[in-house]
Design a protein around this ligand. Structure first.
Ligand SMILES: Cc1cc2nc3c(=O)[nH]c(=O)nc-3n(C[C@H](O)[C@H](O)[C@H](O)COP(=O)(O)OP(=O)(O)OC[C@H]3O[C@@H](n4cnc5c(N)ncnc54)[C@H](O)[C@@H]3O)c2cc1C
Length: 490
């Protein structure tokens, strides 16, 4: 009996492996027949092509072929081949998914040759290819026009994931998220049969879904058309660093900083705080305007914090920078990123929480959190970033809630908890417990999709909330055969 069962399982395994090989061969034959450039497992560039940004997840991905599309025609041919061989595809732009989801498919569609940065004739709309990284985009755009658009701080992040999931920068309260400045997109259908213009007037439901839940779910974006703004000349960077030996005082300071932002920060203020081991909190950000205006604005908050800090003065840096200098400072180095062979990586686990404007963290929750940071030992190195998304006049929250599939239009702060180093299980556990230390009041707080958290139990609800059903319907319309793969998506 045992022997026949074992033989049965062996036969089934061999059959599955055979079927897989047949499909993989059919896919590579199809791609070769259509002259689409590929990197295969035995090719010299393979390891680089499939190396995730987050090395912690190296063993979770197993692609068998990487297509390096040169143009829209290649994307169509590649998607047709994937569709006809029932191969799941993930699209890779900058490869910075926290969950390595750009590499999740059996076939990876690498968009790194889509490097266009050019203005649409006579307009302030910039056309950005889906493989452009944020640093190159910001630099190229500014050098062409003196203009800018809102996006995150890390130069290596790709526009493909950023402008389909969210895209927050310190200028987002002033201008919106990256998804909010998308005027239109060029999209290849999941079956590769067509390329479409997608905008508020053309394929509007798809446009809704692609801005917030677009990552490898409904179509392949090849090009974005993005609204731009005159880059501010004076950008006042600030940092006030406090170190609290007493976790109770740290908690009070956090609550004061949190409240001040929600009540007083004008939309020109990019504002938040970072937490580090040893009771250190760095209140930092950028005021998109003159230094004297900023200093008058922030003075009452500093006075309030001074009382908690026993009259001491924090380590203070305030400086005015030009636009590119400001972006370089936030990035921690030059904006320009190599077009090919990008090879920066990290090894980390992160969780996020989106605290609604009307449910900020209470003193009790902040105290329990600060005590955790102070008293629970760990071998991991960690930091926490808390950025203001809401507050007076924030453009992020002024976008109508149902106009995009991004769900957080009444957000107060987005918290991000990041750890690395030490045995992996400890890192993951430490971050999870750090978040739980806030207690029950954070139950039901959503999560921010661009900070993909592979450990979430119900990621769709956490990221997209009430939009989930509508997004499922969209998937049925635009990718009924489930060719595009986002492991936490649709
Ligand atoms: C170091 C670092 C800093 C970051 N800083 C910020 C920040 O300041 N603000 C912020 O909001 N976020 C930030 N992020 C998160 C970042 O915005 C997301 O991880 C984003 O999804 C990365 O996009 P990508 O194209 O680089 O990644 P990829 O891994 O290439 O793609 C991410 C997802 O989008 C899909 N996708 C990519 N291109 C396309 C396309 N053309 N069409 C359809 N689907 C596509 C992929 O399949 C994948 O599911 C940061 C991430 C890192 C690692």
């Amino acid at each position: 009996m045992h022997l026949s069962l074992s033989l049965f399982f062996l036969a089934a395994t061999l059959w599955r492996a055979d079927a897989f090989n047949v499909r993989r061969d059919a896919l590579s034959d199809c791609l070769a027949g259509h002259d689409v450039p590929v990197v295969m497992t035995a090719d010299p560039g393979w390891d680089t092509a499939v190396k995730p940004y987050n090395l912690r997840l190296q063993d979770t991905i197993d692609p068998t072929i990487v297509v390096v599309a040169r143009n829209e025609a290649d994307v169509k041919k590649a998607m047709k081949c994937a569709w006809s061989t029932k191969t799941q595809v993930s699209v890779k732009s900058g490869g910075h998914s926290y969950g390595a989801y750009g590499l999740a498919g059996t076939m990876v569609l690498d968009m790194s040759d889509f490097q266009k940065i050019a203005f649409s004739n006579g307009t302030d709309i910039v056309i950005v290819g889906a493989g452009v990284r944020l640093g190159n985009m910001a630099k190229g755009l500014y050098e062409l026009s003196g203009r800018a658009l809102p996006h995150g701080t890390c130069a290596g992040v790709g526009i493909g994931g950023h402008a389909t999931l969210g895209g927050f920068g310190l200028d987002s309260r002033l201008w919106g998220l990256t998804i909010d400045v998308v005027e239109s997109m060029r999209v290849v259908k999941a079956d590769g049969r067509k390329a479409l213009e997608v905008s508020a007037t053309k394929n509007a439901e798809l446009f809704w879904g692609l801005r917030g839940a677009g990552a490898s779910n409904f179509g392949v974006v090849t090009e974005f058309r993005l609204k731009t703004f005159v880059a501010p000349r004076e950008n006042t960077h600030f940092g006030y660093q406090y170190t609290f030996a007493d976790s109770g005082k740290l908690a009070r300071a956090l609550v004061v900083m949190q409240r001040w932002g929600l009540e007083k920060a004008p939309k020109e203020l990019g504002y938040g705080f970072l937490l580090f081991p040893g009771g250190t909190v760095n209140l930092r950000g950028v005021y998109y305007g003159p230094k004297d205006v900023f200093e008058t604005l922030i003075a009452p908050l500093l006075d309030e914090l001074k009382v908690i800090y026993d009259g001491r003065v924090p380590v203070t840096t305030v400086s005015v920078k030009g636009w590119l200098e400001s972006l370089e400072y936030l990035n921690g180095g030059p904006l320009e990123v190599p077009l090919k062979g990008y090879d920066s990586h990290d090894t980390f686990y992160a969780k996020s929480l989106v605290a609604p404007e009307d449910r900020p963290i209470s003193v009790g929750a902040a105290s329990s959190f600060a005590a955790y940071l102070q008293f629970v030992p760990t071998t991991a190195s960690w930091y926490v970033i808390c950025n203001l998304y809401g507050g007076p006049g924030s453009v992020i929250n002024s976008v109508p809630a149902n106009s995009t599939s991004y769900r957080h239009r009444s957000s107060g702060y987005v918290w991000q908890f990041v750890a690395s180093g030490g045995p992996e299980a400890n890192v993951v556990e430490y971050v999870k417990n750090m978040v739980s230390s806030f207690g029950n009041e954070i139950d039901g707080y959503p999560a921010y999709a661009p900070y993909a958290d592979p450990e979430l139990e119900d990621p769709q609800t956490a990221y997209w909330g009430d939009n989930v059903e509508r997004l499922r319907e969209l998937k049925k319309v635009w990718d009924a055969d489930d060719i595009l793969l986002n492991p936490q998506g649709f």
